[in-house]
Design a binder for this molecule. Structure first.
Ligand code: KIV
Length: 275
């Protein structure tokens, strides 16, 4: 079944959890799509997971378009959300619309995601007016890592909690079709989820959001670096890959690979004629 903003909204109404996962390439997107995830996020986390940067700040529009288009070729039914990279929308409402348009036209996603609350309501409104669905992202917004002074849980004291609720309501009023809540106390995320009409997608925001998102390298243990508290490892694909590569090395060095069944034949008479 094709996932759309309408089916995702219906999932919230029917209390059917929305499954979102990141993907950045054709093969992974195809696999996720075959597993019937509802939505694939082409996150700017690709700066770290695919490009080896220490944060998301250096990711460009060209990076996002390149990876989003590959995902779109692999996923047939998932709703594809493509991140707007740092400085592709913060500069002006005009830039936000132009760059959102490029992500849809060239990157072939179905929606764009941008980080920020009420301050970005005019940007969200303008993009939505251009018929592009917008997913908002509030709480810990990694593009603001330098402004936050590090990766920290957001909304913990009264003022911060109130301002997060205001942000959530502002992005909904501006026309966002979903909102990602990152690193938000579980009880606050539950309250926001109950007060909004649009679906909330949590990452480090407890079990009561309308859906969850994880970076696939984190949940499949493909990434050995820092692992945030909110990540659960569901399978050790990293170990499976390391075991496979070790076996390849061992069999190749030992002369057991390639075996006859991996080789192409030539008739003896052809070989003899060569002498
Ligand atoms: O870039 C990303 O992968 C994200 C998720 C962490 C929500 O924004």
């Amino acid at each position: 079944m094709k996932n759309t903003i309408l089916t995702l909204q219906k999932q919230k109404e029917e209390n059917d959890k929305i499954i979102m996962v990141t993907a950045y390439d054709y093969t992974t997107a195809k696999l996720m799509d075959e597993m019937e995830v509802n939505t694939i996020l082409v996150g700017d986390s690709l700066g770290m997971t695919m490009l080896g940067y220490e944060d998301t700040l250096s990711v460009t529009m060209e990076d996002m378009i390149h990876h989003s288009a590959a995902v779109a070729r692999g996923a047939k039914n998932a709703f594809i959300v493509t991140d707007m990279p740092f400085m592709s929308y913060q500069t002006s409402v005009y830039d936000a619309v132009v760059n959102a348009g490029r992500l849809i036209k060239e990157g072939r996603g179905h929606a764009v995601k941008l980080e920020g609350g009420s301050a970005f309501a005019p940007h969200i409104e303008a993009i939505v007016k251009a018929s592009i669905p917008v997913v908002a992202h509030i709480g810990l917004t990694p593009q603001s890592v330098n402004a936050f002074g590090g990766f920290k849980v957001q909304g913990k004291d009264l003022e911060a909690a109130k301002s997060l609720i205001e942000d959530a309501k502002a992005v909904e009023a501006a026309g966002a079709c979903m909102v990602v809540l990152e690193c938000v106390p579980a009880k606050l995320a539950k309250k926001i989820t109950q007060e909004l009409h649009i679906p909330t997608i949590g990452i480090g925001a407890g079990p009561d959001c309308d859906g969850q998102v994880l970076v696939y390298q984190d949940m499949l243990a493909l990434y050995e670096g820092f692992r945030p508290k909110f990540v659960k490892v569901f399978a050790d694909a990293g170990k499976t890959m390391r075991d496979g590569i070790a076996a390849y090395i061992q069999e190749t060095k030992g002369g057991n690979f390639p075996a006859p069944e991996h080789c192409f034949r030539i008739e003896d008479r052809v070989m003899e004629s060569l002498d």
